[in-house]
Design a protein around this ligand. Sequence first.
Ligand code: HEC
Length: 206
Amino acid sequence: MGEGRRVWKVGEKVLFGMFGAFMLLAGIGFYFMDAAVQRHPGMFKVTTHYNLSAEGEKGSSIFLKEGCTDCHRAIQDGTNSGLSLDGEGSKRSAQWIYAFLKHPEETYGAKTIDHRDPSVSGTSAAPPTAGAYVAAPAPAAYVAAMPEEKIKALTAFLSELTADVGSTSSALPPDAHDAFVDKMVKMWAPDSWKEKFKDVRKEEKQ
Ligand code: HEC
């Protein structure tokens, strides 16, 4: 055996050869997997967006500080016990949101659960009657009594939360028309349905 020259044993060659082959395969695998991940967007597509103005930013911090997130969710903050307000600006106009915050029942045109208009139901602590709707202070009755400035900032914030048309946070279904389905509906739907139901795809937000 010559000086300084190392002859590899068969076992070493096999071992290092296998190791090398594994590394090569891992490298190739990683390259293609990474390329695939880059090509396909996330599994859960983000369909809600926000682009806050200065007033909207102010409303966003009021939203966090004033307990709205105890019940609502918006921009990855809050809980799901109330409605998710992501996409609210695509469902409701700023005037509607403002009106709701001040006069919830009147704006809903129905009895509300947590929001309450102090001028309608008063703030008196009437004892709740079992099974009946009562004008007792509701947990979110404080909202309508907030100072005008805060309500305006909250309105700006909420109306800047938007959603893609057709997403679950959007008021409107996907912007797609199937000519066949439309034709079938026109042909077979009873006239009473046509009067009773509107095509929401043509509807403006409230
Ligand atoms: C105790 C729970 C609770 C809290 C706190 C609360 N909300 Fe609500 N919110 C609700 C519920 C429930 C509804 C549905 C209306 C109802 O029945 O009261 C609602 C409805 C809304 C709506 C109407 C959504 C729609 O499009 O129909 C807006 C806007 C809203 N809340 C904003 C706020 C803001 C802003 C705050 C904080 C200042 C807040 N809420 C605090 C429970 C709550």
